[in-house]
Design a protein around this ligand. Structure first.
Ligand code: NI
Length: 204
């Protein structure tokens, strides 16, 4: 092969590889269905709240300013979804390691303030991870916080000693230090995947 022909071939191969790499990167970074949802609802999710933490202290969103928050709404009598989600949050904190995990405040907000007193929440969250803070409040305060986070919940009567259960949406929201939504997870997101996503936001 003559030198000009070889040069042309090299340029062609390099060009092709560059094009393939660019297309691959674009495909990898494409917004998924969840990504699109975050883009649409993101700016409206989050904001001010006035609640009581599991130590009985009054807290607001400002109490956690400057840190990332992992916000999850649920209730201690939840049979499956809440334990699953809190378990994965704990896995995520372990996967992050102590230094990164310290930059993230996980908050478990009760949608059942009637039963979830600060003392009950304290024992409940500690069973999963003592880095999780339980939050409760008056029914009005919970309603306001749920509105801010676009969380749906509803009391549903059931047979038996419990009397009622709570229907509720089950997203885990990752909020930035500026209080804006960065990402959200479902109760089915594995802790390792959560940690990977969180790490990306801690670095940026
Ligand atoms: Ni639940």
């Amino acid at each position: 092969m003559s030198p000009p022909a070889r040069r042309a071939l090299i340029i062609l191969v390099v060009g092709f590889v560059t094009l393939a790499a660019t297309l691959g990167a674009l495909w990898y970074l494409r917004p998924g269905p969840v990504g699109r949802l975050v883009e649409q609802a993101g700016p409206q999710i989050g904001g001010e709240f006035q609640l009581v933490d599991h130590q009985g202290r009054r807290v607001t969103a400002a109490s956690y300013a400057g840190r990332h928050m992992l916000v999850f709404f649920g209730f201690t009598h939840c049979p499956d979804v809440c334990p699953l989600a809190l378990g994965e949050v704990s896995v995520a904190l372990d996967a992050l390691g102590p230094e990164a995990a310290a930059k993230v405040q996980p908050l478990f907000v009760s949608v059942d303030p009637e039963r979830d007193t600060p003392a009950i929440l304290k024992d409940y969250v500690a069973a999963f991870d003592d880095r999780i803070t339980g939050l409760t409040g008056t029914p009005e305060e919970i309603a306001a916080a749920a509105r801010a986070y676009r969380v749906y919940y509803k009391k549903v009567p059931v047979e038996g000693a419990l009397g009622y259960t709570m229907d509720h949406s089950a997203f885990v929201y990752l909020m930035g230090p500026d209080g804006r939504l960065e990402a959200f997870f479902t109760h089915e997101t594995k802790g390792e995947a959560m940690a990977k996503k969180i790490r990306g936001f801690l670095a940026s």
